[in-house]
Design a protein around this ligand. Structure first.
Ligand SMILES: [Zn+2]
Length: 374
């Protein structure tokens, strides 16, 4: 494999120097489209920009395989970045790329973008036999994963997608990330004068207290957690409280367990409300679905083999946070997250070692080769 290190560094520096932010990825997207056109890749932008209130849609490129009937593998990275991410002036010291200290670096997630581009270039230059490969560049990941959420899954033929958005040295494969549901519970009782006629009132606070007291909370099992985060209610000591509002969350790496816990909480609030003659209005909102791929899934095995083949000991990991990978997993696409070598992301201290940037591209090439020999 001959990754062109200088070419990667130049491309990385050029792309991070172009401004981008959630809903405003136009400039970096245009630069990327131009690069892919020059590479002879078929690329297009989907039509979601308007829908999400941004100036850019997701970008998809297809690399036609030279081998028939192989699984289709996709790689994905996001084009937006957190703030302060405008006017980035990258600097290289001791083979490490930093910002000038006044902004982030945006290795999150242009490291992933550059690794994808380099892997495909080398694939073509060296005439390496491969199946179909797809490249996905999402928008507004950092502000609610809007690009991924609005992506039409049918635009991708992929059987598996590797999201190049993980922290730390190349070699981590994240196959488990939790799903999260948020619950907003409104308990309505009946107000009354606390001194003159408390028996005419229904205390929403007592209803909530009883419900919560009977609930399983905290760590439910090895995959599931639950928290009552806020509780607000009541007006004064001389009024039986009419209203209580509670905000809670449930996370689990197992969707069925998550739903069981959510139902347990809904049932608990409703039972207490019925007992006291109050009402409970409960709204459940899915923040993101789970990402959970079995350790013996071919997608994991390809990645494990590929990491070993470039001389690194692979690390199979679970995480407690959500990403674009969760969203696509929720759309039925086998999704894994790979570390790309970026460090201290979302801070002005963000950096990436050039060696890691290069390793990441090597890994993608190795994955494509693993899939080709499957
Ligand atoms: Zn990211």
């Amino acid at each position: 494999m001959s990754i062109n290190r200088e070419r990667m560094v130049q491309e990385f520096i050029s792309l991070v120097s172009i401004d981008s932010q959630p809903l405003k990825e136009r400039q970096v997207a245009d630069a990327l489209l131009k690069i892919m056109q020059d590479m002879g890749l078929e690329a297009f932008e989907d039509g979601i920009a308007k829908q999400i209130g941004g100036d850019t849609g997701n970008i998809i490129a297809k690399v036609k395989g030279t081998l028939p009937k192989k699984p289709v593998v996709a790689f994905a990275a996001h084009l937006d970045r957190v703030s302060p991410g405008l006017g980035i002036k990258p600097q290289i010291r001791d083979e490490i790329i930093y910002s000038d200290g006044t902004t982030i670096l945006a290795a999150d997630d242009l490291a992933g973008v550059v690794q994808m581009l380099e892997a495909v270039r080398v694939l073509k230059e060296q005439n390496i036999p491969h199946g179909d490969v797809e490249l996905l560049f999402t928008v507004s990941e950092e502000s609610g994963m809007l690009g991924a959420k609005n992506l039409d899954r049918s635009l991708l033929k992929a059987d598996v997608c590797y999201f190049l958005d993980g922290l730390g040295d190349v070699g981590a494969i994240i196959n488990q990330a939790p799903s999260q549901d948020k619950l907003k519970i409104k308990i309505t009782g009946r107000p009354a004068h606390a001194g003159l006629s408390p028996e005419k009132g229904i205390s929403a606070i007592q209803v909530a207290a009883e419900a919560i007291n009977n609930m399983n909370l905290g760590r439910i099992d090895g995959e599931t957690t639950c928290n009552i985060g806020t509780i607000k209610g009541g007006l004064a000591t001389n009024i039986v409280p009419e209203l209580v509002e509670i905000m809670a969350e449930v996370r689990s790496r197992n969707e069925a367990k998550l739903q069981t816990q959510v139902k347990h909480m809904i049932d608990g609030f409703e039972a207490a409300a019925v007992k006291w003659g109050a009402t409970a209005d409960i709204a459940v909102h899915k923040s993101y679905p789970a990402l959970n791929v079995a350790a013996d899934d071919p997608a994991v095995l390809w990645a494990l083999q590929a990491v070993r083949s470039i001389g690194i000991t692979p690390r199979l990991e679970a995480t407690g946070g959500g990403s674009d990978g969760n969203i696509l997993a929720g759309k039925g696409l086998t999704s894994l997250v790979l570390s790309v070598g970026m460090e201290k992301v979302h801070s002005k201290d963000e950096y990436i070692k050039i060696e890691q940037l290069v390793k990441g591209a090597e890994l993608l090439l190795a994955i494509i080769q693993q899939v080709a020999t499957s």
